[in-house]
Design a protein around this ligand. Sequence first.
Ligand code: MRU
Length: 347
Amino acid sequence: MTAFHTLRWTVDTLELLDQRWLPDRCEYLRCDSARSVAQAIRDLVVRGAPAIGCAAAYGIALEALQLSGASKRQFADGMDSAFTVLAQSRPTAVNLAWALQRMRGSVAQTAGMDGRQRAATLLAMAKQIVDEDLDINRRLGSFGAALLPEHACVMTHCNAGALATAGHGTALGVIRSAIEAGKTVEVIANETRPFLQGARLTAWELQQDGIPVTLITDSAAGYMMGRHRIDAVIVGADRVAANGDVANKIGTYMMAVLARRHCIPFYVACPLSTLDMAVASGADIPIEQRDTAEVAGYRDLRWAPADIHIANPVFDVTPAELVSALVTEKGVVPAPGRAALEALLAG
Ligand code: MRU
């Protein structure tokens, strides 16, 4: 069990571990409305596909609390704006839309209740989404753990850990579960330019749990695969299309190509809520473009020349053919494609 909480509910407030400042400062940001949660998601206070879904669900509960004394009309209007602002906070991770869809279902079911009962029911639903996420990560973690040898070296990209979920993590959940099962695992963490989720978050969270980790630059990944025994590359996902293409943090595609070149299995660990069967292939997944200042420098430091043209796509798509297996809470899907994903969801 990790010693920190990515999100926690205290009295009538959502507290988010402010990931912008890790590992320097471990501070919580308090949110009391859907708008403040949406801002926190946009600003990467909370990030990672399942975690932003959980935060958005709490955002709806917060708004319902604020509106619990309002008329039915005001409640309906206020909730509509809450759903809109949260849905627009980030485009790529489908878990956000998935969590909001579940909350919409609860809003509809509570239509006959008074404001206080509605708020309490919506809060209970948000908490259920969070509890389920933790449980899902534990289940997918143990399926994934079975893929690793007794003494494993795993490369990961970005942060798909407890910090990106309600707890345990997806890619890092596989590693935690393998260790709980008695295996030894050492991790190679890619720093993950430009927001440095690997250097700042994965390295910190593994260090907190005493899991051996070596931090490398993204550019060193090919060298490491060529010179060191790496048993698997394991990453998370923001959205998996119906044909098995995987959108994840920028640089993931490079890692998958390198892994194939070096005959290293490339695993994607994600909950079923990350599957988007409405999207035929990765080409249809919206890719977030963020502020170019993230590439030009970091915090107060700028290294790029002024007025230079910069692009900052923050996700990429790994074609399904490069994915050795998808690790989900329902089991491992080797070489995921449309038929395999449909069978998984139907089973
Ligand atoms: O921009 P971020 O930090 O939200 O991107 C996060 C990732 O790409 C993760 O790998 C993904 O969301 C899976 S988290 C379990």
